[in-house]
Design a protein around this ligand. Structure first.
Ligand SMILES: O=C(O)CCC(=O)C(=O)O
Ligand SMILES: [Fe+2]
Length: 287
């Protein structure tokens, strides 16, 4: 199909803009509900670290007394509320908006700081990479004070902008694990949202009851830091559906190197170079 020039969508991806302007584009996609979710969505509680079939997480602070129904242990999530102040949030957004945004898939816009990765050919190029941006130096320092992020040294930073007017979303996916390591760290700016995890059964599990696992909705409060690792990183796919975006949202995702690009790994020399560039904190958006 001839793809739209009005947005960044290609292939099966679509957004509200191209669905309204390009004939048949996005046909069949449900615009208002979470189209890809086959069954139930349970709510993750950051206090007891379980997902619940019935609960009220609107109350603040969250207590576990409202949880009812069935539950599921859900491993691999840390939520650090109020990781930054409103003033810091405003300063960061002002700096981000001084760079150009690039149209991306599914109604998102993006800005990238990191090596260029060709996932299919497994090639990494760092010649266009000038480092993480200056404002991240303080943020990464603050992350390193959190026990689960004490050793976190990001080499890539991606900014995604979501707005309801474009129907911005991100389809279920795993982040690459050839180049990127276990921890995915996202700073949530401008509005609160949620991220949906859907279990991806292995081939052996395929006919098993695990396939019946519900989707899990994890809250992403404004100004919180979300850390995804372990099972949530490697066994469950994640997505942000259209419904999760009620006003402009900017997500800053930091990623670290995988083991094979780290000390002792077969691509350590390449990784070392990338880390040196990242940690200059002199970066401009990669074109
Ligand atoms: O917007 C988010 O919080 C998730 C973004 C994401 O999954 C990605 O960039 O790979
Ligand atoms: Fe992702």
């Amino acid at each position: 199909m001839e793809q739209s020039k009005v947005c960044g969508c290609t292939g099966i991806r679509s957004c509200l803009v191209c669905e309204q302007t390009v004939k048949n584009h996005g046909k069949g996609k449900d615009n208002t509900v979470v189209a890809h979710l086959p069954g139930e969505v349970w709510q993750y509680c950051p206090v007891c670290r379980k997902a619940w079939s019935k609960t009220d997480l609107q109350q603040h602070p969250v207590t576990c007394e409202s949880h009812k129904g069935n539950s599921l242990d859900f491993h691999g999530i840390e939520i650090l509320e109020n990781f930054i102040s409103s003033q810091e949030e405003m300063d960061i957004v002002r700096k981000i908006d001084m760079w150009d945004w690039k149209a991306s898939q599914s109604g998102r816009q993006k800005q990238d700081f990191g090596p260029k990765v060709n996932f299919k050919k497994r090639k990494l190029r760092s010649d266009c990479f000038t480092g993480l941006p200056p404002f991240s130096k303080v943020l990464v320092g603050k992350m390193n004070l959190v026990p689960c992020l004490a050793t976190f040294r990001p080499i890539e930073q991606c900014h995604l902008e979501y707005i309801p007017e474009r129907g911005s979303s991100i389809d279920p996916h795993f982040d690459d694990w050839w180049v990127w390591g276990e921890r995915l760290v996202t700073l949530n700016l401008l509005s609160s949202s949620y991220i949906i995890f859907t279990y991806n059964p292995t081939e052996e599990e395929n006919n098993d009851s695990l396939q019946q696992l519900p989707a899990v909705s994890v809250p992403m409060p404004q100004r919180s830091l979300l850390v995804v690792y372990g099972d949530a990183r490697f066994k469950w796919m994640h997505s942000v559906p259209r419904n999760a975006i009620t006003s402009r949202r900017i997500a800053i995702t930091y990623r670290e190197l995988s083991e094979q690009f780290s000390e002792g790994g077969e691509n350590f020399e390449v990784g070392k170079k990338v880390l040196e560039i990242a940690e200059t904190y002199q970066g401009e958006v990669v074109k």
